[in-house]
Write a protein that binds this ligand. Structure first.
Ligand SMILES: CCCCCCCCCCCC(=O)SCCNC(=O)CCNC(=O)[C@H](O)C(C)(C)COP(=O)(O)OP(=O)(O)OC[C@H]1O[C@@H](n2cnc3c(N)ncnc32)[C@H](O)[C@@H]1OP(=O)(O)O
Length: 188
């Protein structure tokens, strides 16, 4: 394994207003494929703030998430980790960020019906670059590791989403801010 983080980093600081450990975290956007309640066959990840720089997520693999018969699709597992890692960055640092790079190691097949317990932790910060990693365990927080992931998130301004998002979806959110898990002013 290459060294991680791959560049010298500062120790990250948990934001003073980050949710307290054991707080159940809200979905961040109702139409998010990773966590949104409005996406019928989405992943519906649920997350809880952990101690220090950690967030614990749960993902139930259903039959709509199959790749091979009865087994989770690897791309959807990567999506679950993207969500879990992004949730850790967003809630613990309380800064908007996007995935720049995501790598996954699929260690064991994940059958339909499995609950993956994904432990994400922020490992280091270098300027706008935030290095995060996670392990996904089967059916229990001490279960066998099925997937490992590492990612680089890049901190961005809110303007990033306003400049690049589709107009009609931004308009929907401006009209119904409740679609976002916590209030974000899209029209500053
Ligand atoms: C409560 C809320 C909950 C919120 C919960 C949220 C959960 C969301 C989970 C889903 C998250 C997603 O899927 S986000 C969607 C997928 N991702 C995206 O759409 C991102 C698309 N890419 C971009 O928009 C852009 O490439 C950026 C923003 C990543 C970077 O562009 P930029 O702003 O111009 O910055 P740039 O100078 O290029 O990069 C900044 C630094 O990062 C490095 N860098 C950038 N990309 C890479 C890379 N792939 N590999 C290595 N390094 C990279 C650069 O070398 C540079 O290092 P140095 O020179 O500083 O050393």
């Amino acid at each position: 394994m290459n060294s991680w983080p791959p560049v010298p980093t500062e120790p990250p600081a948990r934001h003073p207003d980050a949710p307290a450990p054991d707080t159940e975290l809200p979905e961040h956007y109702a139409y998010c494929f990773g966590c949104g309640s409005e996406v019928e066959h989405g992943l519906h990840l649920r997350a809880t703030a952990g101690d220090d720089l950690t967030v614990r997520s749960r993902f139930l693999v259903t039959e709509t998430h199959q790749g091979a018969p009865g087994l989770a699709h690897g791309g959807l597992l990567a999506c679950a980790f993207d969500e879990a890692l992004g949730t850790a960055v967003g809630h613990l640092l309380r800064r908007p960020a996007v995935t720049g790079r995501l790598e996954t190691d699929f260690v064991r097949p994940v059958p339909v019906g499995t609950v993956l317990h994904i432990d994400a932790h922020i490992d280091g910060v270098a300027g706008r670059k935030v290095y995060v990693s996670a392990e996904g365990r089967m059916n229990s927080v001490v279960g066998d590791i099925a997937v490992r992931a590492r990612a680089l998130f890049v901190l961005v301004e809110l303007k990033h989403f306003i400049d690049h998002g589709r107009r009609e979806d931004l308009r929907k959110v401006a009209e119904d801010p409740g679609l976002l898990g916590r209030s974000v002013d899209l029209n500053p």
